[in-house]
Design a protein around this ligand. Sequence first.
Ligand code: GDP
Ligand code: K
Ligand code: MG
Length: 281
Amino acid sequence: MEQAIVLAGNPNSGKTTLFNALTGARQHVGNYPGVTVEKKQGTCLSEAGRFEVIDLPGTYSLTAYSLEEVVARDYIVNENPQMVVNIVDASNLERNLYLTVQFMEMGLPVCIALNMMDVAKKRGVKIDTEKLSQLLNIPVVPTVARTGKGKQELMKVIASQPSGPVKPLDISYGPDIDQALDGMEQIIESGGFLTHRYRARWVGLKFFENDQQIIELGQKQDEKIASKLAAVVEQTTKHLRSTLDTHPEGVIADQRYGYVNSLLRQGIIQIHQDENRLRLS
Ligand code: GDP
Ligand code: K
Ligand code: MG
């Protein structure tokens, strides 16, 4: 069977540029089934082997807030690629890693192509890619998609990753949501509720995020479990509102950003003032 990888990331992170650099002329364009979202597919012949490559629609999150998010998420879950190659804009790390974290929460095999390294360098920003890789526990390969720099290294790293299940990332969402998620996870697992496609804790999280696609899929499978989960969400929401004057979706976004920032604060980014630039300005 041919090895398949997907390119995923924020809009304008350089996905299509990297896709072109990897596949050259060996590509074709179609649509995802049933929707008018463009699907680019191609073949990468690298030193590390032959790969089928898909350029997924750009997204900022993985909750069903937009068609692009649903298409990207569904494609990954249905096709089960060997690797999700997350194109991260090195000049905008915080925003981009917010999506990375969400791929990791789904329990997917993820690696980072840390792109736009030329832009970061020009701005005097130095990124410790090894440290970022250690902290996230996933491969990070610096790239400049525009020139093709780093693409062979990226394919080698992908080819060298062991297959098999990946340890998912579980962020703490504070005591109230964490405890609710523990309970939901048990309900979800014992009922086999959507677990043929998704990990249990992630399903619980999507109920908290009011993800209409997952909630409707769940209701179709088992109305009773779906309303049990909705009741847990409702109770926790009430509690959060009365004690902290906040709501689950807000807490979840804040904690995700908090997690990303706690990584970045550990010396990932160094800013060097360019002496020439100082003299010129
Ligand atoms: P997509 O929305 O993720 O598919 O992003 P694109 O591939 O369309 O790239 C967005 C813009 O960034 C384009 O103008 C690219 O030429 C540019 N770009 C992509 N990768 C790089 C890179 O590594 N360095 C620089 N300087 N520009 C890049
Ligand atoms: K640009
Ligand atoms: Mg694109």
